[in-house]
Design a protein around this ligand. Structure first.
Ligand SMILES: C[S@@+](CC[C@H](N)C(=O)[O-])C[C@H]1O[C@@H](n2cnc3c(N)ncnc32)[C@H](O)[C@@H]1O
Length: 279
């Protein structure tokens, strides 16, 4: 178990999909427009949300390897992709589906990415992608990833990396103290060494540019209205729990902040998407 529940990933999926930066997604689509096939590796794939969002914009024949160390999430991914498909063509070790004009092969692979991605990109990989993943990894891990991708001249397309910006409506007097503490928690070790948290996109950008890559970044903030009250409540509860673990804010302030923000009328959480490629 990774600590990311299938329920939480399902709650966020509709907002994740509508928040992705459309311009950058278009750029990616254009980049592969001349190809009929594409082989991808999705890092920290969870329940397969990134595949469901991206597949419509990529070549008609796609081959995905969904990588995660949480086998329960990978099992849920198989179910959700089956439900999402128009037709199941094959369902054994490889799941093969039809969705619109896309024929999609999917492999579900359990790996601890803290060990690096080298073996995952040795052969038959044309794009590495990830969603809501990079703020978990360390600066050192990002440096290694950039080198590994450059060695194989591979592009990276990653979306929804937390950028540190948060605005809750209506505001609360403890917002800044809570955010500062949350950022401390973001920097804690999530299995890869001290996490990059909101610095991840900048680290990816500078790492790739130093290796001669073109890099483009687009913002992809969540703007969550009270129509998604379950997501707002889960987000406030998760943030409060993270802050509690730091011991930096007194319990009464946390409880008052949570009581108010559980039913916030709007919440904005900053994210960034990044596409890095070699010309
Ligand atoms: C925030 S979730 C994002 C999931 C999915 N990409 C999405 O957009 O819904 C982060 C994912 O990274 C995975 N993860 C975290 N650490 C990992 C590791 N060391 N190796 C492999 N997967 C990991 C978690 O299991 C989880 O599925």
């Amino acid at each position: 178990m990774s600590g990311f529940s299938s329920h939480w990933l399902s709650l966020r999926e509709p907002i994740d999909h509508q928040s992705r930066n459309a311009g950058l997604q278009h750029k990616l689509s254009h980049h592969f427009a001349a190809q009929e096939t594409l082989a991808l590796v999705d890092l920290g794939a969870g329940t397969g949300s990134n595949l469901r969002a991206l597949a419509p914009y990529l070549p008609n024949a796609q081959s995905w390897r969904l990588i995660d160390y949480d086998r329960d999430l990978l099992q849920a991914a198989r179910h959700f992709i089956r439900d999402w498909a128009d037709q199941i063509l094959q369902d054994n070790e490889v799941l093969q589906i039809q969705k619109g004009r896309k024929t999609i092969h999917v492999q579900f692979e359990s790996h601890d990415l803290a060990q690096g991605i080298g073996p995952l990109i040795q052969s038959n990989c044309e794009l590495v992608t990830a969603a809501a993943f990079f703020d978990l990894v360390s600066a050192h891990w990002i440096e290694g990833l950039c080198k590994d991708l450059a060695q194989h001249k591979l592009p990276l397309f990653t979306v929804l990396t937390y950028d540190g910006d948060e605005q809750w409506t209506p505001p609360h007097s403890a917002d800044q103290a809570m955010l500062d503490a949350f950022h401390q928690h973001q920097a804690s070790d999530k299995g890869f060494g001290a996490a990059a948290g909101p610095k991840a996109t900048e680290l990816l950008s500078s790492g790739f540019k130093a290796l001669g890559y073109q890099v483009e970044i687009g913002s992809s903030p969540w703007v969550i209205s009270s129509a998604h009250q379950d997501l707002i409540a889960a987000l406030a509860t998760g943030s409060a729990q993270a802050v509690r673990e730091t011991g930096l804010v007194d319990e009464q302030s946390i409880a008052e902040w949570l009581a108010q923000h559980r039913s916030a009328s709007q919440c904005k959480i900053g994210h960034q998407d990044l596409f890095a490629w070699l010309k």
